[in-house]
Write a protein that binds this ligand. Structure first.
Ligand code: SD4
Length: 338
């Protein structure tokens, strides 16, 4: 049985409640070796188990890169209805997954996009980063790479389903879909981590927008859009309508605003403000950012959708409601639906 957002919210009610939960984000100035590290933040209430796995590894002295991969694997292996193989199908009824990982150490990155039948896209992304000279592998090539690397794949009839859908579509002479049209819902895990030594890493994993055109790739596997990490500054990640992030290099923008000295909360809000000034959708972007800086401070902002994220540190895990820009649309109970 799929776990719904209601279940996740119910489980997160039991989270440790601290004074921090009275406001979004945190203000503590910390640094490498100081006791407020490590810190993990991730999108949506369902990020809690992923955060806690990542945090345990960091507390034991693990590298942020490893913590990010292992944390996101928890979500990919869970019954989450929008991440991993149980994710939301595209218009042809096929689940196509996007993921990326970025290591602040060495400024390295790896991604996969539109990949089918892979159990852990985040792990494939890490192998792309570590075992190839490339950053992004897509579609069947990404799947074949996963097979060659001995990573878990499942059999699928995706090719037949795609072919049948395109044939039917041609016959109907259907009009093109509007990218981002909410045929189904969508959610992504973007997870950011800072380790005991003050180094950073981040990752994203998603099935993307429900009902997307086959082959459509969102922001999540695009470095600088769905995720960006710079050890000198901090890290940022996005969730929401990818098209409204990709045209603005959203996560890169958030990191650059932190570089100018903004608190993560303010950097996320300012990025959304800038995007909404240019975008025809204005503040109805359906986009949320999270950010974590090199001091261990974190924050978020959202435009057009209600959004919560989870922060985990030595004080426990906390569900935080994001400050919003403009009127917010309530994300329905149950979260993602087919
Ligand atoms: C995408 N940004 O594919 C992803 C979906 C998402 O919350 O994050 N949904 O556009």
């Amino acid at each position: 049985m799929k776990t719904t957002r209601r279940d996740f919210v119910a489980s997160t009610v039991a989270m440790a409640v601290t004074a921090r939960s009275l406001h979004a984000g945190n203000d503590a100035q910390t640094g490498p070796g100081q006791s407020s590290l490590p810190v993990v933040v991730s999108t949506w209430p369902f990020g809690k188990p992923a955060n806690e796995r990542a945090f345990a590894l960091l507390l034991a002295g693990g590298r942020p890169l490893e913590a990010v991969e292992q944390g996101i694997r928890v979500t990919e292996a869970s019954a989450n209805p929008s991440v991993g193989l149980g994710g939301i199908p595209n218009a042809a009824g096929v689940v196509q997954l996007d993921a990326c990982i970025m290591d602040g150490v060495g400024h390295r990155a790896g991604s996969v996009a539109g990949v089918e039948g892979v159990r852990h896209p985040i792990s494939v992304a890490r192998r792309v980063m570590e075992k190839t000279p490339h950053v992004l592998l897509v579609g069947d090539g990404a799947r074949q790479f996963a097979v060659a690397e001995g990573l878990e794949v499942v059999e699928s009839d995706a090719h037949e389903r795609h072919a049948a859908w395109w044939k039917q579509r041609a016959a109907e002479r259907a009009a093109p879909d509007t990218p981002g049209s909410p045929r189904g819902n969508h959610d992504t895990i973007a997870l950011l981590a800072i380790g005991l030594d003050g180094t950073l890493a981040g990752g994203c994993s998603t099935s993307g927008l429900g009902g997307k055109l086959p082959g459509r790739v969102g922001d999540s596997p695009i470095i600088g859009s769905g995720l960006y990490v710079d050890n000198e500054v901090g890290a940022a990640g996005a969730t929401g309508i990818g098209e409204n992030v990709m045209r603005y290099c959203g996560s890169f923008l958030v990191v650059e605003l932190m570089r100018q000295g903004l608190h993560p909360n303010d950097a996320c809000m300012e990025a959304l403000r800038r995007i909404s000034r240019q975008d025809p959708k204005g503040t109805a972007l359906g986009v949320s950012f999270i950010a974590l800086d090199k001091h261990g401070r974190y924050g978020s902002a959202t435009a057009g959708q209600e959004f919560q994220y989870v922060a985990t540190d030595r004080g426990g895990s906390e569900l935080i409601s994001s400050p919003g820009l403009g009127p917010l649309v309530r994300v329905p109970e149950g979260g993602n639906r087919r």
